[in-house]
Write a protein of this length. Sequence first.
Length: 420
Amino acid sequence: MLNLLITHATLPDGRTNMSVAVQDGRIVEVAAGLLAPAHDTVDAAGQLLSPPFCDPHFHMDAALSYGLPRVNQSGTLLEGIALWGELKPLLTEEALVERALTYCDWAVAKGQLAIRSHVDTSDASLLPVRAMLEVKKRVAPYMDLQLVAFPQDGVLRAPGGLDNLKRALDLGVDVVGGIPHFERTMGEGAASVKLLCELAAQRGLPVDMHCDESDDPLSRHIETLAYETQRLGLQGRVNGSHLTSMHSMDNYYVSKLIPLMAEAGVSAVANPLINITLQGRHDTYPKRRGMTRVPELMAAGVTVAFGHDCVMDPWYSLGSGDMLEVAHMGLHVAQMTSQAGMRQCFDAVTVNAAKVMGLGGYGLAVGCDASFVLLQARDPVDAIRLRATRLKVWRQGVLLSETAPATARLSLPGRPAAVP
Ligand code: FE2
């Protein structure tokens, strides 16, 4: 007898009336109209069954710290970094762990089962690193948490920056991070990209850098990142996060840059909620949107995913761990309003995000992990439109979360009683 059988599901690729059979935490069959004895049978009633949402870019060490010790008055990236610097001496490991675990609860309830979180390695104490490694251990039974060694204050700019980052990797952090646009000069930024890619190559680790999170069209560290990726044979293991300067770059230069990225196998993560909030702050009018060139990168074959980046922290006061809200904003900012474009935005928070993170066993195919989300929606576009209720969330065949369907009971004069 099967452990679990989902029937009458609609899949993201448009197939309807599909059944998904689960045994020992894995998908053993996906077929139309399949009925077989199972310990648990769930009738999806035509609703969308999706692989879980993945957040390929987050800052869990800062999450839910909004207002500590004060709020960001200017709303800029730079005041956010300064504010995080004020908060860091006040942090305790216990409070960091507690806030992160609370956020993971929110995320699971929203169908997020994988998060790549950057963790600040700037301080010699590595307090955030130790706290996030503890969180990684605690959530492992229900969530894949990847950690990126992120030198927030600059790996070359901050005293001891490189040594601290290496020690974080020694402790078990998974990915090499960077922040070239925050180093002192363009030259030092490029040098930081080179040395961090070399470090990743030596250690056999992936790379995920905050790269060109700036409105400066001459911030071109992504070019160096693509070059180093090719030079060191790191194709498929390197991601450029943010890349907001590409929004403001000269079109001729970008016509050369995007093919270079595609050739190097560098992926890209845009963070729509944060990019639209932080970028263009030095503009009067017109104000730039700041998000990187998502549809153009996708058209060139670059894997592009969307990240949440921040939830209630020094940079962003809102957010709830809902990757459909991220996709909704991304769709608007990138003007990806065609049917195909909207579905690409759904992919950006599911399959593409999983690809950026290098997740194994991801998807709705035989042999994949039985990890999926049942949404109160008919298809991916409906899911984004409604930021649909995550009715049920399973990981490896185990039910982790249930949410009651959203309904409203109307009593309107002249209208029949209805539930919209
Ligand atoms: Fe970030």
